[in-house]
Unconditional design. Structure first.
Lengths: 371, 77
């Protein structure tokens, strides 16, 4: 196969024009930024955030009853109130969470993770990989280079899988959103079970000795590992990365989020209490596999699922079933599986999806049983 | 300079391309910007997270989208 075949999209970009056209030259970057610009604005922004967050619910109820003249106990009224309360709440929560998470992620890079994992052998490697997967930024378009980079420097296949399962399934944004909306117990259950599934699935995959089911080019192409990058940055630069992350992520997902909240509001107002309890309650044994089956082809941003989860639980859906649904939606996605097909033979793909789906179902039943 | 951009074509990679082109225009002179979207080529270079940028064969950063000013500073260095 031709490795050097690059898509030459841009060709030569040359520019003869002078670089300084006008105002941009006026700003001198040499002066030291003020305290406010270096991060002091957080001291003002954070209390403001908390103050606003606390008055959201009465505000939403007030608008529903007085401005729209709706009865908050009616179907439409409760759906509208849910939407008016949840939209700003979820957006505010998401902004804060993304700011914190992106700030944190400037400390960890994929190369560091790789180096740590290459040094760990056996079961510990799986555990460390699963835990690292929580915090590392992961974008499914990076899955292939990451996979090859890990495997080629000697990270065992099973450990690589533990990481690849944990990274999307235990989504750091979803984790902190659950913490904000449902409290620490549910957040801990989500993180704990996600790590457990990634740990066990990767371990099983490692034991199955599936190396021969990789596409041959993965081990054959010439490969040159890159050393880990320097991650020393000033506090203000990390904070700047956080603000940029908020702009990128919140700027991109807000329409999906509003759709998710809209679905949640509809469930909240119009779906009868006993319907959800019947379909997704503890008594319905088939609901867990069904939730996984429905969740896998659905592909949603982690933040978009949370309002739906909230509404489902509010309507009597069992926690285990809902958790299984959420994990299937964000942890096992069709697009990611299609991307992975480039490096994995169909049999290994099937085993991968099968083991993870089984793990998710197990978690669903477990929590329906004990909670 | 040969500036290589690595990314399969997601939104982040497009943003990086835009920033890089802007930085190259600011810099002036004759430079080549090449977009590499082939997974094998990326893997062969040891790239773990996309988008990434290399100048004259040397990897400068990966897994982030710096502003065009930051890229300009990097190209000048």
């Amino acid at each position: 196969m031709d490795v050097s075949k690059n898509s030459q999209l841009e060709g030569a970009v040359s520019s003869g024009s002078s670089c300084c056209g006008g105002d941009s030259c006026a700003s001198k970057p040499s002066t030291k930024p003020s305290l406010l610009r270096r991060g002091g604005w957080l001291l003002i922004a954070l209390p403001l955030w908390f103050g606003l967050y606390r008055i959201l619910e009465p505000l939403a109820n007030g608008i529903t009853t007085h401005l729209f003249r709706l009865n908050p106990t009616s179907r439409l009224g409760s759906a509208v109130a849910f939407f008016l309360y949840d939209s700003p709440k979820v957006l505010m929560l998401l902004s804060l969470v993304v700011l914190g998470v992106t700030f944190m992620q400037t400390f960890i890079t994929a190369e560091h993770t790789r180096d740590v994992l290459a040094r760990r052998a056996g079961v510990w490697g799986n555990l460390v990989a699963a835990i690292f997967g929580i915090f590392t930024p992961f974008c499914s378009c990076s899955a292939i280079p990451l996979f090859i980079g890990f495997v080629r420097v000697g990270v065992p296949l099973g450990v690589t899988f533990s990481y690849l399962i944990s990274a999307p399934m235990v989504n750091e944004v979803a984790l902190f959103m659950l913490l904000g909306m449902f409290g620490w117990k549910i957040a801990a259950i989500y993180a704990g079970t996600g790590v457990a599934i990634a740990f066990v699935s990767g371990w099983v995959l490692g034991k199955l000795r599936m190396e021969k089911h990789l596409e041959p080019w993965v081990m054959e192409i010439p490969f040159q590992a890159q050393a880990a990058q320097e991650t020393r940055m000033a506090f203000s630069d990390r904070l700047k990365a956080g603000v940029q992350g908020v702009r990128d992520i919140v700027g991109k997902v807000w329409p999906y989020l509003l759709v998710g909240i809209g679905v949640g509001a509809f469930i909240h107002g119009y779906v009868p209490q006993d319907l959800m309890a019947r379909f997704m309650g503890k008594g319905a044994w088939w609901s867990v596999p069904l939730a996984v089956l429905v969740g896998v082809p659905l592909y949603s941003n982690a933040a978009g699922v949370i309002p739906i989860v909230q509404a489902l639980i509010g309507k009597g859906a069992a926690l285990g079933t809902t958790l299984a649904f959420m994990m299937a939606v964000i942890g096992l996605s069709l697009p990611e599986t299609i991307i992975l097909r480039k490096v994995l033979r169909p049999r290994l793909i099937a085993v991968f999806v099968g083991i993870v789906a089984t793990g998710i179902m197990f978690v669903g039943y477990l929590f329906n049983l004990i909670l | 300079m040969l500036i290589e951009l690595f990314g399969p074509g997601c939104a982040k990679c497009e943003t990086l391309l835009k920033h890089t082109k802007h930085a190259v225009e600011q810099l002036g002179g004759d430079h080549q910007v090449v977009k590499v979207s082939d997974y094998m080529a990326m893997a062969a270079r040891g790239i773990l997270s996309t988008p990434a940028l290399a100048v004259d064969g040397q990897l400068k950063f990966q897994g982030k989208v710096p502003s065009s000013d930051e890229i300009l500073a990097l190209l000048k260095a």
